[in-house]
Ligand binder design. Structure first.
Ligand SMILES: NC(=O)c1ccc[n+]([C@@H]2O[C@H](COP(=O)([O-])OP(=O)(O)OC[C@H]3O[C@@H](n4cnc5c(N)ncnc54)[C@H](O)[C@@H]3O)[C@@H](O)[C@H]2O)c1
Length: 383
């Protein structure tokens, strides 16, 4: 396979993960980056040996085929439309947009132009999440009937250098972290049919405790505690709790209950971890994830915890899919369905009724067994 030339717009906190991930692959090569703040683009360009350009110059570069949009959620749709209008494929960070209508416009524009939209998260490519899906597909817990999701913390003003956007439209635990969980649920169980929710703003203001904005106050404009119900087209129904108002808890990220057993699925914010399975009421047993790619720990978090983090594989999959003329897995259709589900929690709470989900998406193709190199044609070195 050839090398696809990439540009990046948005040179903030998460851009290092993409720039480091891209450097490990022969399948893509980042040529240039851009940011509203030229100094941010120049800093990343120096660090990674690429060119810093204006957004306009990057979009006018004929060599660049895919642009990765790493701007804040409020800018996701407008920047993605700019990229598509320049005739380039776009892969962007989640959520697809802060507004469902804008997200629909992005996918429609790409479809009309014959271009691709890819969207994070790509953590469902991870070994633990693929192994969990494999176990469900293999009937290990029978027909999934119920389950629970818990994504609970006291985020995000204590670590991010500029955390305001987390508490504005497009942020909140449901739009910021929900994509990881709903995407993995769709990967395992298929599309969602309807949603109910209740939402609360736990704290009207947040005081930033991270540098450099320490001491500044953020007005919270989005719900920070959300409890909901998800009914899948398959008939399974799950509860979901997402909150940034919780100091401590003891719930597993995802539990799935089937007619023949139960499964615990690790945090879909990362690629690895060990799913646990119980057939009927037998003791929990670990699922072997070693046959699946992207499960080996390759990063140590600030807390000292080792994690598997291969954020970029969604871009690699899209680049190889374009070359091979096949569908890519972290698709615009999947991200649009996930966003419709996420928005439905607040709508349900505001309107006091279930929300029927209009969009349907196919489950993404399972990631083949093997190593990362095998999956992406010797293109992805496991760091
Ligand atoms: N930080 C993380 O750990 C993390 C993890 C996963 C996903 N994300 C997602 O990645 C995205 C970016 O997050 P971040 O933490 O890097 O944010 P950030 O605020 O650190 O960086 C965003 C950058 O985009 C630039 N920008 C904003 N609007 C722009 C525009 N219209 N044109 C050009 N540049 C523009 C800003 O100047 C800034 O440098 C968000 O959607 C977030 O949800 C972040």
């Amino acid at each position: 396979m050839g090398t696809t030339t990439i540009g990046i717009i948005g040179c903030g906190n998460i851009s290092d993960a993409y720039l480091k991930g891209a450097a490990a692959s022969q399948l893509i090569k980042v040529k240039a980056c851009a940011d509203l703040r030229p100094e941010a683009a120049q800093a990343k360009a120096r660090l990674y040996g690429i060119e810093a350009k204006s957004v306009e110059a990057l979009l006018a570069d004929p060599e660049i085929e895919i642009v990765i949009n790493l701007t804040v959620p409020a800018a996701h749709a407008s920047v993605s439309l700019q990229i598509l209008n320049a005739g380039k494929h776009v892969y962007l960070e989640k959520p697809l947009s802060a507004q469902l209508a804008d997200a629909r416009a992005v996918v429609a524009s790409a479809d009309a132009k014959g271009l691709r939209v890819g969207c994070a998260p790509d953590t469902f490519f991870g070994a633990s999440h693929q192994a969990a899906r494999h176990a469900i597909d293999g009937g290990r817990i029978g027909q999934p009937v119920g389950g629970t999701v818990a994504v609970l913390s006291h985020g995000m003003e204590h670590w991010h250098p500029n955390p305001g956007f987390f508490f504005k439209a497009g942020g909140g635990p449901i739009l910021d972290l929900g994509p990881y969980y709903i995407t993995q649920l769709v990967n395992m169980l298929g599309p969602v049919a309807r949603v109910a929710g209740v939402t609360t703003i736990g704290n009207a203001t947040r005081t930033i405790s991270s540098e450099p904005l320490k001491g500044q106050s953020i007005d919270v404009e989005v719900p920070t505690t959300v409890n909901g119900l998800l009914q899948f087209a398959s008939g399974a129904n799950l509860t979901l709790s997402a909150s940034w108002d919780v100091w401590r808890h003891q719930r597993a990220p995802i539990e799935i209950y089937g007619t023949e057993g139960s499964m615990l699925v690790p945090d879909p914010n990362f690629f690895g971890g060990t799913p646990m399975i119980s057939e009927r009421d037998a003791p929990w047993q670990p699922l072997d994830i070693s046959a699946h790619p992207f499960g080996v720990n390759n990063r140590t978090k600030g807390s000292g915890e080792a994690v598997a983090d291969y954020r970029i594989v969604g871009v690699l999959d899209m680049a190889s899919a374009i070359q091979q003329g096949r569908a890519h897995r972290a698709s615009g259709a999947l991200a649009l369905h996930v966003l419709e589900v996420l928005e439905a929690f607040e709508r349900s709470s505001n309107e006091g009724r279930h929300i029927v989900i209009e969009s349907r998406c196919e489950r993404p193709e399972a990631v083949p067994l093997g190593s990362g190199e095998e999956v992406f044609g010797a293109a992805y070195a496991v760091a």
